[in-house]
Design a protein around this ligand. Sequence first.
Ligand code: UDP
Ligand code: MG
Length: 323
Amino acid sequence: MSDNTKSICIIVPAYNEEVVIQEFYNRLITVLDKLPGYLWHILFVNDGSEDGTQNVIESLAKVDTRISYIGFSRNFGKEIAMTAGLDYADGDAVIIIDADLQDPPELIVDMVAGWEQGFDSVYATRLSRQGENWLKLFTATQFYRVIQRISKTKIPEDTGDFRLLSRRAVNALKRLREHHRFMKGLFTWIGYPSKSIAYHRDARFAGNTNFRFWRLWNFALEGITSFTIAPLKIATYFGITTALLSFIYGIWIIFKTLAFGDPVQGFPTLIVTNLFLGGLQLVFIGIIGEYLGRVFNESKQRPLYLVQTFHSGNMKLQCDTDK
Ligand code: UDP
Ligand code: MG
């Protein structure tokens, strides 16, 4: 291949995916064979899997030099796994794709075409989601609606992490070292020309999703707290409104006492307002706590992940142990 062949690295975060990786690989290389003009790399990020994922990846890497891998010392979560992928990947562009075949590899052809047109970020937007229950769909929609409204970073709806990023977009992302990483938001935050491609999201090929409801809730909290301080402002305005209303109410009571005397009533009103305000204060302290806790975590400046194993195939891993 000539020297000006463009190289593209496919980043695959994998956590307990031993049953799907082989099938994923088969489908992926069929697509890569359709695009012979590029130098391909595949970078698996084994996110501390407890099953045989590592063995499957290693045996694939033995027969295909396009495969490189890094393995974490424990499970750090998908956001961090993607970050490590971006840190280590070489290439003129990278593509992030799930290992479970919910992101159809066939879309890579369109992504590369978008990149060739000059887009820095070509992301896949879901038209439908197979095999996911209504609760997950409903909460996802609501989440996007809320975050669109309260944050300046307009995170596109129904968009996952499946995307192609140009080298300059990757370099921009590498400069964002925050610990509370909401990648979907970070991808949008960097700006640069981007393009969406629509697709139908398939059900998982095999295995189980690693996202439970509680995790999704925390994911939503992460999204909101890392992209907007709107909840803190809401607290301020709520406080101002309440103070103003109680002032007016106070004047009314003084007037009433002067005009009609003071028959000492109103125990129910007293207890209700007390409890209501007490509750409200706790909620807002909780919100402040969410932000404060994040400041605490960021201030520790721990490394984002620890790499235990790595192997480079035809790609020179950009390894810098100081991550
Ligand atoms: N994943 C990961 N670390 C985790 C959880 C998931 O690297 O802690 C990977 C997983 O192997 C898959 C992708 O992230 O390639 C998406 O995970 P999953 O299918 O569980 O999520 P969903 O499709 O339900 O969003
Ligand atoms: Mg999945």
